[in-house]
Design a binder for this molecule. Sequence first.
Ligand SMILES: [Fe+2]
Ligand SMILES: [Fe+2]
Length: 322
Amino acid sequence: MLSRTRQSNESIMSIALFQSGPGVGADSKTCLDDVSLHRRLARWNQRRLSPATPDDAWRKELGEEHQMRLLEGGYVEAFRTEVAEAVAAVPVDADGFIDWFEALKAEGPGQFDPLFDWLAEEATLEDLRWFLRQEAAGEAGFDDLVALTQVKFPTSAKLELARNYWDEMGRGAEGGMHGPMLERTTAGLDLQPSIEATLWQSLALANTMTAFATTRRYAYHSVGALGVVELTAPTRVAKVAQGLKRLGVEPRLRKYFDLHAVLDIKHSEDWNREALRPLVAADPGCARSLAEGALMRLICGERCFEAYRQALWNDDARRARA
Ligand SMILES: [Fe+2]
Ligand SMILES: [Fe+2]
């Protein structure tokens, strides 16, 4: 009982913090709250998305779900407030919107971060292992996010998400499935990702994507966020692939990165033409949500890259890892 009371007080405090709007996260006290918030959300996401069987605790679990949904919603809504100004003038006609969206590749937050040239050309194998461990723990599973998002969308968008999902599934061949391909990399490099060893910025990225995909009021955010991953991933994963190759990592363990450096260029073109364009043409009112989702996803990435650079380029941290 005591621990439940403490838990709900903590939840209320976190919600209050995240409802305080821009500037949250600026001091060390709030940073601690970022850590506890995103670890709790990450653990909950892990639990709630796992297949399970009925048990007698379902009423109690619904109470917890309500608490966690409030926490998650408070976080997402505060984040939406942060990007409100940036999306205020997003075009709502299909051509204008696609132009705005595609410009994120060159001008979006976190694009061409110097971290990736360094990973490609200078990082040690230990540096790359540390980076990949962070990324693996923050990986929400693109295939499941797509599957959760496509529910009840109109035909063109639904079909595009289905085609994308089928590629994620290796078009029916286990050896080509993207998720297990990444798992082979993490196992082959002995990475052992865990929530506790992962920076909150990486957990926040996965928590944001999961919130979008599992909450129907954020369904368009999810389409925008997944689309911006396809748009921006190829340049980054090509650099990671280059770094792994330079360090002698065998092709089997690099395959995930080599594949996405090429395939996601096509995925992005298809997503923009078959999902984003028809959605905006049919309902200009969804443009803002698509844009918010894309921008929030890029900001999550930008925060990760900054935090990774701080950790990787800090001499003391490097010595501790060596
Ligand atoms: Fe993929
Ligand atoms: Fe893709």
